[in-house]
Ligand binder design. Structure first.
Ligand SMILES: [Zn+2]
Ligand SMILES: [Zn+2]
Length: 451
């Protein structure tokens, strides 16, 4: 069966628009639109049948019948003109019908684009992608139709719609289509009678480092333990366990500048609440969700955040980042070296000489060795109970008073430093307490460096 015969077969039963006709043969012929493909098909058929009609040969009657199908059922204007010119009557009573396959969605592409354009007002973006969720009625009708006429070279309604609206949007907005990582994805939820537009704005990622100069604030917001964030008397109806956090001190300026709907703070590991983060700071990535503004003056934001939080926290080295870097950040946190300073107190008084001897022993036991660390008691309510092996690289110590010593510990990321010192009742082994032979407690801990 030729394409022409198939087209006639279709129109004897259904009216479909030129866009949809072209879509049924979309894989045939390239470098053209479905609309042009459909129109060319019908025009060629009108021309061929006109030729046969004029030749007055055999098939003369058939040519007239075919022209009538094109004029009446396909409502194809050039076929109507041919019949008019040749003085052949045809039925003009069939008033304009809606396309069986799209119910004229494809004839109204510009109005679909318009809905999105209104929604895109006031948003900053450099490229765009269109997607859609089709109502099952559209899909089922199309599938049944293709099966009925055995149409094997067609394209999907979905692709066709996305491309046409995408083109219209690109032309109107002067923004290119981007498939891999568009700033904005416009999703149409489409049925024959309704359409709804949802926008997905790609998150912005910003990488930097933070310092924490005070003790007592966590890295990120913690829900109140009593009410789980709902607000209760014990949290003064704030829903928070701690008044503030590094995240909460850093984020307002970013939210303000990007007009984002939400934010997630990804840290390269985290220090305890009572631990300072000194030196060059700890890497973090801010993920700003649904941002309306994407071009930021990072230097200006950094200055503002730092000025506002002087002596509490500081951020530095801000650069644009990506989702992939968040994954790296988490992965690297476990594998990078960190340097800590611990101020400790001992249950027994020792002389400076005794301390030096103990420190020497400590170095032999720990340096470049692996320790076994079972999940500490204090975090066991939120972390799986298991034994982790961590490497200690270097240890240095300073005698301050007979029962006060300062240690510098260089360890693998994720090592629980306080536990290496006091031993956590044997859950961490070896420990300073174990080597010294009497309890050592960590009083103050600072992170000095993260490699
Ligand atoms: Zn159609
Ligand atoms: Zn509460």
């Amino acid at each position: 069966m030729t394409i022409f015969e198939k087209v006639l077969e279709i129109y004897q039963e259904y009216y479909i628009c030129l866009h949809c006709l072209g879509r049924m043969f979309s894989l045939l012929g390239t470098d053209t639109t479905n609309y042009d493909r459909g129109k060319s098909l019908l025009l060629t058929m009108a021309m061929e049948n006109h030729r046969v009609y004029l030749s007055r040969h055999e098939n003369h009657e058939e040519a007239i019948a075919n022209l009538k199908i094109l004029a009446e059922k396909a409502m194809f204007a050039p076929a109507q003109s041919v019949l008019n010119r040749e003085g052949i009557e045809y039925n003009t009573l069939i008033i304009s019908e809606k396309c069986y396959l799209c119910e004229d969605i494809f004839s109204n592409i510009s109005s679909y684009a318009k809905i999105a354009i209104q929604n895109l007002n006031n948003l900053e973006f450099k490229d765009i992608l269109v997607g859609n969720a089709l109502n099952s009625q559209i899909v089922n009708r199309e599938d049944t139709f293709k099966a009925q006429f055995n149409l094997l070279n067609s394209e999907s309604f979905k692709n066709h719609f996305n491309r046409e609206v995408g083109k219209e949007l690109s032309n109107n907005l002067k923004k290119p289509s981007e498939f891999a990582n568009p700033d904005i994805t416009v999703i149409y939820t489409l049925s024959f009678t309704s359409s709804e537009v949802t926008l997905i704005l790609r998150s912005i990622f910003i990488k930097g480092r933070y310092n924490k100069f005070i003790r007592g604030i966590p890295q990120t917001h913690w829900d109140c333990r009593a009410c789980r964030g709902k607000g209760c008397e014990s949290c003064n109806f704030t829903g928070k366990q701690y008044k503030t956090s590094v995240e909460e001190l850093v984020s307002p300026e970013f939210i303000k500048e990007t007009k984002a709907e939400g934010l997630k703070f990804h840290g390269a590991g985290r220090e305890d609440i009572d631990v300072k983060m000194l030196g060059k700071g700890r890497p973090f990535v801010l993920e700003l969700r649904n941002p309306k503004v994407r071009t930021l003056n990072l230097e200006k934001i950094q200055k503002k955040v730092n000025k506002k939080n002087k002596k509490k926290i500081k951020i530095s080295d801000l650069v644009y980042s990506s989702k992939e870097q968040v994954k790296n950040l988490k992965f690297n946190a476990e594998n990078t070296k960190k340097v800590y300073r611990a101020l400790t107190s001992s249950m027994e008084n020792v002389t400076k000489e005794k301390f030096e001897a103990l420190l020497h022993k400590l170095k032999i036991v720990f340096e470049n060795q692996k320790i076994q660390q079972r999940t500490p008691k204090r975090v066991s309510h939120r972390r799986a109970d298991k034994i982790r092996e961590k490497k200690i690289f270097q240890i240095d110590g300073k005698f301050i008073k007979p029962n006060v010593f300062e240690f510098i510990v260089e360890a693998q990321g994720g090592t629980y430093i306080k536990e290496i010192i006091h031993g956590d009742n044997g859950r961490t082994t070896p420990s300073f307490t174990e080597i010294f032979g009497f309890p050592i407690e960590c009083k103050k801990l600072d992170v000095l460096k993260i490699y």
